[in-house]
Design a protein around this ligand. Sequence first.
Ligand code: PLP
Length: 363
Amino acid sequence: MIVSDHIRQIIPYPPGKPLEELEREYGIRNAIKLASNENPLGTSPKAIEAIKRVLGNLHRYPDGGSFYLKQKLSEKFNVPFKGIVLGNGSNEIIEMVSRAFLQRGDEIVVPEPSFLMYRIIAQVVGAKVVSVPLLDYRLDLEGMASSVTDRTRVVIVNNPNNPTGTVVSKDEWEAFLKKLPGDTIVVVDEAYIEFVRDGSSFGAIDYISLKGPYVVALRTFSKAYGLAGLRIGYGFADPEVADYLDRVRQPFNINMLAQVGALAALDDDEFLEKTRQTIWKGLDYLYEKIDEMGLKYVPSQANFFLIELPVSARSVYQALLRRGVIVRAMDSYGLERFIRVTVGLPEENERFISALREVLQEV
Ligand SMILES: Cc1ncc(COP(=O)(O)O)c(C=O)c1O
């Protein structure tokens, strides 16, 4: 078959198996999934109510401009209406950046390890991915700035970074921005920003009006808002950048349920706060127990964290799975001895800890 080399070289994003399949395969019941950084509380009840109200309109196309949702985001975050971009998940906005600003042979600088989709999306358009290793689990912004060449068009900063949960400080970020050429597009992926407790970090929204480097702040409804299944993410950028992103967008990329669900979720401060408290208390509990077990972990500003194991992560992952606890083995990220665990409900966190205790005695 005739296919370009850059497409042939792509390693697809590994899909997780459906929970029901895993249960069947391993002969287990009531499995818990702490693998995809989803919201353990479910979805905002206000979003569910709003979605139910439009179910009778599914024969209609959604509003192709997502007018009400953009209006709400503009008011809530105090950004110009024309600087708002919406995507079928924030993933789609990363793809739009790639299609709008990267050509074959251009370079994109990404941290490593980080979210796998940055690499894949750039490979689709034949761009060269320049990865810069983390330093002590944190983004090496100095290293990233010095990897920029005259072929670099896009730089990705993941704050907090998946899978490490670490953040960049405001000082590091501002020093970094000063080193970048004015025509660079800096995508700051803030998928987990709602969970940040460390006050020294920064929000990319404050920098979107710079006229170079051009900052694109990406956020999502998939995590803190509990709408991962609807696929909706949003971005803030300079209106000129947003206009180019809009040109490569599918006309009805945000479905009707996602538009109304997201709109209602933005008004549900109570759900958001409850989510944050659940994650923060859960993290503190998990840190304490992991400490008691004498294991090391990477303190996190997100709703997941990395645990370092004395044995291979794959074997622990399998043994946990047999006990109905699904986490992520990080070998595909080059971290052979680490698992990434999403914070769950208190009872799920307890179940994970007791399963891990048993497993470590066994392996
Ligand atoms: C860092 C990061 N960015 C983006 C995404 C994608 O989010 P969305 O569901 O909005 O496409 C994820 C999902 O896991 C993520 O971890």
